[in-house]
Design a protein around this ligand. Structure first.
Ligand SMILES: Nc1ncnc2c1ncn2[C@@H]1O[C@H](COP(=O)(O)OP(=O)(O)O)[C@@H](O)[C@H]1O
Ligand SMILES: [Mg+2]
Length: 179
């Protein structure tokens, strides 16, 4: 069965209004996340949702991301990347939305396990997503990855954001085939 978390995220990500901005990147050679999500045979190994309101929740989400990606067999380097990406979107929720949640789902299909991260909030939204994604846009003075860094490091990165309606970021990373 399709994971209810992923279904919810997909539905949220596809219910657009005229003011909604969407942005996505996908590494070449990776399956479309939507067709992947529709693959009812995909087993969901593990899923967890963290409510994010404070810096301590950011730390929890980061730690959970590290654990899930370790269990999925990601290299230490990839675990660090995934944890850093989760840290960035979690900290953005605290800074800009005040409250949100992050769902981490380990997915396995054949020999290519991966992690799907959905960060959702009902905050103010991002008025200009393409500016927010520009390298160097970050207002944090270079600390942290920024959304541009997250986008660069993850295999799939999608934002759906509408002023007044909040922001949903879906990102995925897939384990490379073993040598
Ligand atoms: N969840 C969010 N809700 C509203 N605005 C956001 C959210 N995440 C990011 N933003 C906006 O996008 C901009 C870029 O974010 P980011 O690249 O993480 O850089 P930084 O957080 O350092 O400013 C932020 O400055 C903020 O205006
Ligand atoms: Mg940030």
């Amino acid at each position: 069965m399709i994971s209810p978390f992923v279904r919810e995220a997909r539905d949220a990500a596809t219910s657009t209004s005229p003011t909604t901005t969407e942005f996505s990147t996908r590494r070449r050679g990776l399956r479309s996340p939507v067709s992947y999500w529709r693959g009812a045979a995909s087993p969901v190994d593990q899923s967890a949702t963290v409510t994010v309101t404070a810096e301590s929740d950011v730390a929890n989400a980061r730690q959970l991301g590290r654990e899930i990606s370790a269990r999925a067999g990601f290299t230490g380097g990839d675990q660090t990347v995934i944890a850093a990406a989760i840290t960035e979107v979690a900290r953005n929720i605290v800074s800009y939305a005040g409250k949100g949640e992050i769902t981490l789902t380990a997915e396995a299909e054949g020999s290519q396990p991966g992690i799907v991260v959905v960060a959702r909030d009902a905050g103010p939204g991002i008025p200009d997503v393409s500016s927010a994604l520009r390298e160097g846009f970050s207002t944090a003075g270079g600390a942290g990855l920024g959304l541009a860094g997250v986008r660069r490091l993850m295999d799939v990165f999608e934002i759906v954001s509408a002023p007044g309606k909040g922001t949903t970021i879906t990102m995925q990373k897939w384990r490379r085939a073993q040598a």
